[in-house]
Design a protein around this ligand. Structure first.
Ligand code: NDP
Length: 293
């Protein structure tokens, strides 16, 4: 069996188009332009790349972006002061603090300083807390986990009543994606570095989400035939034949797993583009909510 490829790039492009049309309408009918502020501290090249990509996509759909770069040496007070300014700016509907922050900064405090109504990354403890509780709704859902669920939905993968296994328990991906699956009435197992028999646990999954950051760790015999496999991992592996000397692979052994799985996301071109699409959607939602629409 060869898995159906879940095309994150095409799905994200379709969502961008939906957002672009809605932004245009919002502007035309109400004079509102959604705004996203990015806060980048230091000069981590990967973070610079991610922030630039987010700003570029904002421009493409008509969302205004406000880029703020602080030096590596910025103090906790400076970063929190900037967040406070952005909280108070009515043109800013979403605030994104690019992680990771330099080591001397207290990430938890910075994230908690973001007003929950502008927390488009969904990492504020209140938003995460609401996500973890039955019958509560967060203002925003974290973007990468939301992107995983959106892909399952748009490809018609049923979630309710299914066995879902999540590899990884980070605050950014593993934990929130497990919570989202639980809200959708899947039965969840969360695995991590101390899980005893990963292959056997993964083989139970109708839906397998891999978010560990280990290149091609998930092998074909870890996958139940017909399962939907969502690969969140982004890993660099050396490749002398590639122009840059490396290539990007996921946490799943794509070539082998595609012969067993029912659905599979590629890396790149799977979950990655969906993360930005969900961020744009959260920013649009925030702008509409701020205007009472
Ligand atoms: P973290 O390093 O924060 O978390 C990794 C998780 O995987 C931890 O829970 C860890 O367990 C677990 N883990 C690590 N090694 C093993 C192992 N050998 N066996 C079982 N579990 C293991 O990573 P993130 O969640 O931030 O990211 C995961 C991957 O997703 C990375 O490749 C990252 O680049 C990618 N990513 C992709 C995004 C996208 O937009 N597509 C966005 C964000 C991340 P423990 O808790 O016990 O340490």
């Amino acid at each position: 069996m060869t898995a159906q490829l879940i095309d994150g790039k095409a799905t994200a492009a379709a969502i961008h188009e939906e957002i672009r049309a809605e932004v245009e309408q919002l502007k035309g009918e109400h004079g509102i332009v959604p705004g996203l502020a990015t806060v980048l501290v230091g000069e981590n090249p990967a973070s610079q790349f991610y922030v630039r990509s987010k700003q570029k996509r904002c421009a493409e759909v008509g969302i205004r972006s406000f880029g703020h770069n602080l030096p590596e040496t910025a103090s906790q007070e400076e970063v929190e002061g900037l967040v406070a300014e952005l909280n108070a700016n009515p043109e800013v509907h979403g605030i994104l603090v690019q992680l990771p922050l330099p080591k001397h900064l207290d990430e938890e405090r910075v994230l908690a300083a973001i007003g929950i109504e502008k927390d488009v990354d969904g990492f504020h403890p209140i938003n995460i807390g609401r996500l973890a509780m039955k019958g509560r709704k967060p203002m925003f859902v974290p973007c990468t986990p939301a992107g995983c669920i959106e892909l399952l939905d748009r490809y018609g993968v049923e979630i309710e009543g299914k066995e879902a296994v999540v590899l990884g328990r980070s605050n950014i991906v593993g934990l929130p994606v497990a919570m989202l699956l639980l809200h959708r009435n899947a039965t969840i197992t969360i695995c991590h570095s101390r899980t005893k028999d990963l292959p056997a646990t993964c083989r139970r999954a109708d839906i397998l989400i891999a978010a560990v950051g280990r290149p091609q760790m998930v092998k074909a015999d870890w996958v139940k035939p017909g399962a939907a496999v969502i690969d969140v991992g982004i890993n660099r592996v050396e490749d002398p034949t590639a122009k840059r000397g490396y290539r990007i692979v996921g946490d799943v052994d794509f070539e082998a797993v595609k012969e067993v799985a029912g659905y599979l996301t590629p890396v790149p071109g799977g979950v990655g583009p969906m993360t930005i699409a969900m961020l744009l959607r959260n920013t649009l939602t925030s702008a509409k909510r701020a205007a009472g629409l």
